[in-house]
Design a binder for this molecule. Structure first.
Ligand code: 2P0
Length: 324
């Protein structure tokens, strides 16, 4: 029996300048460049075993065999590695998400980044991080950025081999996020469908792309200066603009829930008290609060007046992929 095995870990990331829309759906080329912070406490570990004696690909997530649809998505992704390494073996893939159970944070970013890193070892391809970022992108856009730790920019590039992430700041300073799990349920409209709808129907889409460009330019300066107020203001505004663009879609996309706005109000109050904290939301109702890591416990205790302790997760800046 000939087996080829690889194991890797990748951390999730939260975008401060959002990716929302593809100019090429098959290659996952984005309409705009984006920028994120990789988080330490949320990650995925994945094992890939290519085995000649296996009759198809099998994908287990948290110990459970997955349905045809998600297995096919993993299979198509593994084909990139099989084609490049000129190998035909099927694989057994076992992934475990290290996120609080039922938090609704299980993310395709850490998932496809860990899968890419593990498949890279198992296939013997020996891709470098930049190439891994290009491969991970074809699994899921946000996974492009999870190859690296700290603050990461995904440059939209001009073609398949030119759209990848670069690490721009290691994040090893007083920065972090407080995540509020407003609702752990699966989102009603996937990001993939949601971004397609927004791009094709929202009259605001062109302005979104233009203004994301400017936000990216400005946030990079603020990160370099470690100016948390500016980083936060730009991120908060960028998230609002993405959601405004989604609201303009037909039919409209509204991911917020009443508790989403409750969190915003708590953040506003804390800010009025002089504590720098800013929120950002993705394709769901949960809220991520960007802050100094040293202020995170103060923010947590304010939130705990309204939310349960298990709804709140504190995260610092996390590392890039690791081979296990
Ligand atoms: C982001 N999101 O930049 C944006 C902000 C959600 C809102 O990337 O279709 O799962 O697999 O490329 O990466 C979520 O979308 O979408 C996402 P695909 P993905 O983090």
């Amino acid at each position: 029996m000939m087996v080829k095995i690889g194991r890797a870990r990748a951390h999730t990331n939260i975008a401060l300048i959002k990716y929302w829309g593809k100019r090429d759906e098959r290659l996952v080329l984005p309409m705009n460049s984006s920028l994120s912070l990789t988080l330490d406490s949320l990650y995925t570990e994945t094992e890939v075993v290519f085995n000649r004696d296996v009759d198809m690909d099998y994908f287990y997530l948290d110990g459970k065999i997955q349905d045809v649809e998600s297995t096919n998505r993993v299979s198509r992704f593994l084909d990139l590695f099989r084609n490049a390494a000129d190998m035909g073996e099927f694989a057994i893939v076992k992934s475990k998400n290290y996120v609080p159970t039922g938090a609704g944070l299980a993310s395709s970013a850490s998932g496809f980044a860990a899968l890419a890193a593990a498949a890279n070892i198992a296939s013997g391809l020996n891709l470098d991080d930049r190439e891994l970022s290009i491969y991970a992108r074809q699994g899921s856009g946000s996974a492009t950025r999870s190859i690296y730790g700290g603050f990461v920019e995904w440059r939209k590039g001009i073609d398949c081999w030119d759209s990848y992430a670069v690490a721009i700041d290691d994040g090893k300073w007083d920065i972090g996020m407080v995540i509020v799990i407003v609702n752990p349920r699966e989102k009603r409209i996937s990001s993939r469908e949601g971004m397609k709808r927004t791009l094709h129907t929202s009259p605001f889409y062109g302005s979104w792309v233009e203004s994301a460009k400017e936000d990216l330019r400005n946030i990079k300066i603020a990160i370099e200066e470690r100016d948390i107020e500016s980083i936060g203001r730009i991120a908060e505004s960028n998230s609002f603009k993405m959601h405004a663009t989604m609201l303009g879609a037909n039919p409209p996309l509204l991911y917020w829930e009443p508790e989403t706005i409750e969190v915003m109000e708590i953040v506003h109050e804390l800010r009025e008290q002089g504590l720098p904290c800013y929120f950002t939301m993705d394709a769901g109702p949960n809220v991520k609060i960007l802050c100094r890591l040293s202020d995170a416990e103060r923010i947590r205790s304010s939130l705990e007046q309204v939310f349960k302790p298990e709804q709140i997760i504190v995260a610092g800046s996390g590392p890039g992929i690791a081979i296990l």
